[in-house]
Write a protein that binds this ligand. Structure first.
Ligand code: HEC
Ligand code: HEC
Length: 139
């Protein structure tokens, strides 16, 4: 529910009760809350993003490679996710480290070429020759 959608309105303490379930991923799942951004634009505050960063909203393209990965890994890293104390699956926001909200434990199979969890995209990308070689070049 928290990977195929914008954040739904979950009734805390319930097992599966929602007062609203959106129909698909919204912009905020990758760009963070947009309220402040909209407020500033309506006040006429325009920023030339060819020269400056508009800090009123997260532009994933301006984050470090690691923080970019965190955004995608919120949904594309399926292992055993253990929530940190007091956190819920709806607490992660773009720009944060996923580990502030949850730890994700990934299985290592003997035959890793054939056995892996369906949504292991980020983990498998990071193991690929292409990623390993180009990550080295960046250092
Ligand atoms: C799956 C993640 C994801 C979703 C969902 C998403 N975006 Fe983005 N968006 C990105 C990434 C990544 C970039 C940076 C691309 C780049 O720099 O090459 C970006 C860049 C942008 C930019 C360019 C900002 C700039 O000044 O360079 C705008 C505008 C934008 N997104 C608007 C939206 C809107 C509006 C929605 C919802 C309709 C949306 N995005 C949904 C990931 C996402
Ligand atoms: C809110 C959860 C969520 C986030 C965040 C997210 N994705 Fe996705 N992504 C999905 C889901 C769910 C699908 C599958 C949609 C379907 O098949 O109907 C998907 C599909 C994809 C696909 C297509 C895969 C295929 O086999 O066709 C790519 C590529 C992808 N995402 C890349 C990214 C990247 C890169 C980011 C980070 C910038 C990102 N996603 C962030 C949930 C997410």
């Amino acid at each position: 529910m928290s990977c195929h959608n914008a954040y739904p309105k979950f009734v805390m303490g319930s097992e599966n009760k929602y007062t609203d379930v959106p129909q698909g991923i919204d912009c905020e799942r990758c760009h963070g809350p947009g309220g402040e951004h909209v407020r500033r634009k309506q006040m006429g505050e325009n920023i030339d993003t060819s020269k400056y960063i508009d800090y009123s909203i997260v532009n994933p393209g301006k984050l470090s490679a690691d923080l970019q990965f965190q955004i995608c890994q919120r949904c594309h890293l399926q292992g055993n996710a253990i929530l940190k104390n007091g956190k819920s699956f709806f607490d992660f926001k773009p720009g944060m480290q996923l580990s502030e909200v949850m730890d994700v434990y990934l299985p290592r199979y003997k035959n890793a070429d054939h056995d892996f969890i369906m949504a292991s995209h980020a983990d498998r990308l990071k193991q690929s020759q292409c990623f390993v070689v180009s990550a080295k070049k960046c250092q």
